[in-house]
Design a protein around this ligand. Sequence first.
Ligand code: ATP
Ligand code: MG
Length: 547
Amino acid sequence: MSRAARAHAASPSNFIRQRIEADLASGRCRTVRTRFPPEPNGYLHIGHAKSILLNWGLAREYGGTCNLRFDDTNPETEEQEYVDAIIEAVAWLVPEFDGRALYASDYFDFMYRCAEYLVEAGLAYVDSQTPEEIRARRGTLTRPGEPSPYRERSPAENLALLREMKAGRHPEGAHVLRAKIDMASPNINLRDPVIYRIKHARHHRTGDRWCIYPMYTYAHPIEDAVERITHSICTLEFEDQRPFYDWLLERLAEGGLVERPLPQQIEFARLQLTHVLLSKRKLIELVEGGFVEGWDDPRMPTLVGARRRGYTPEGLRRFAERIGVAKENSVIDYGVLEDCVREHLNEVAPRRMAVLEPLKLVIENWPEGREELLEVPNHPQKPDWGRRKVPFARELWIERDDYRDDPAPDYFRLAPGAEVRLRYAYVVKCLGRDPASGAVRCVYYEDSKSGTPGADRYRVRGNIHWVSARHAHAAEVRLYDKLFASPHPESLADLNPDSVRTVSAWLEPCLAACGADDRFQFERHGYFKPDRGGFVRTVALRESRSA
Ligand code: ATP
Ligand code: MG
């Protein structure tokens, strides 16, 4: 099978794969090299996961490579803390990632050399207008721009000024370097875009070595070309930048500075999800305003938050595959992401019993002091996962919601006179509530034990979980709701005031000892993960709770 055919068999096709396959077939490129280029100015979010999984996924499918490259060209907003967090997030999502990162700032010398080349070739000039004058002459969508009075400076004069800028001889704002393209272009991005600005700022990696910094739109194509990226995949808002991307690389290729085949920019729709905001800037506001515990708050749509919540790389990968890539912006329902996480956890999480809102139940005909170890399956549909021993005794915790003094006709759980099965244990008949203690009083049927001959004679509709009160492990469990109440939040005013609820739960004793990466389904409640001495709910079960 050809490389393309193999890739095709693995995943449904889309316009990016078709483009890559056409490029491989025509010989325009012989291998596939992609990149993920975050700016280290915040923590990654689930939108970035889509891009990470897409870029490494394509590299894997076509036998190519993918680079993690920090787009660290803006000295003011970037920090080492973010660099470290981003490397960790990529390593978490991408098993084959070797932890090696590249830095755009390592190419500053080369970018500068390209700038001198453009100046010498008459393709760039130093503009000494104020930022306001530059803006005023840029024109609008309907009105062409006007040339700067400095546009016709000679290459020699431009080169001397550029070198002075680089040497720190001018204050910020005094000059900029601009590409010389077309002030009348219908695409405003081609009206002599600024490619370098003066910034007397310390950079987190290059220190004080530079006082001019390249603009993103200039730096990015050069970074791609240096790394011999074949397909530079980005989000749709860069579509209007593509003509400049191509212009710049064509000119540099003509000058022998970069090699062909040149990288090709391909745009796709960014991920948008209901009930969250996917923008580093907005997420910083949540953290700095104290609206959440931090970047890794389990309600945050950051990757550190998702990880702490218990979302798995496999669940996110399933999500990325399910939503695919598109050319049109759309908003995905948050429930689609939850479905994918749930589907993966269903495959890997053993079952346990946990009572989140406890009510005492007393079996009055069960002798005081007697206890029995019941054999309970770790997964009812997977016998090969084995069984565990769960203690059963006279006093149990059950869910408050599994008892009613005065039930509706369609309520099949505990109520005075009703019979239910205590899951994996016995059938009990309810005698009502003890007025003094509030506990639910029951009697059990000795011959009703689950899995023993004749036990199915008892035909009951309710089947509830429980935990032996004497053996139970006490833990705090956090239950989350949407961070934003509105499906399409616009600002922090839309925050859901009740997005977290902490309950004092009683858990099966074996949950007292578990590893940080263990996942469990608490029967009838959803999927849970240990967190800071307690548990967090990753996602609820899909079906509403039933008897
Ligand atoms: P933010 O607005 O959250 O800061 P950004 O696009 O500025 O996002 P970058 O660090 O520049 O963040 O992004 C790195 C890569 O991730 C880019 O290629 C960008 O296109 C991609 N990306 C960012 N947000 C999304 C998203 N919501 N869906 C898909 N890809 C995204
Ligand atoms: Mg950004």
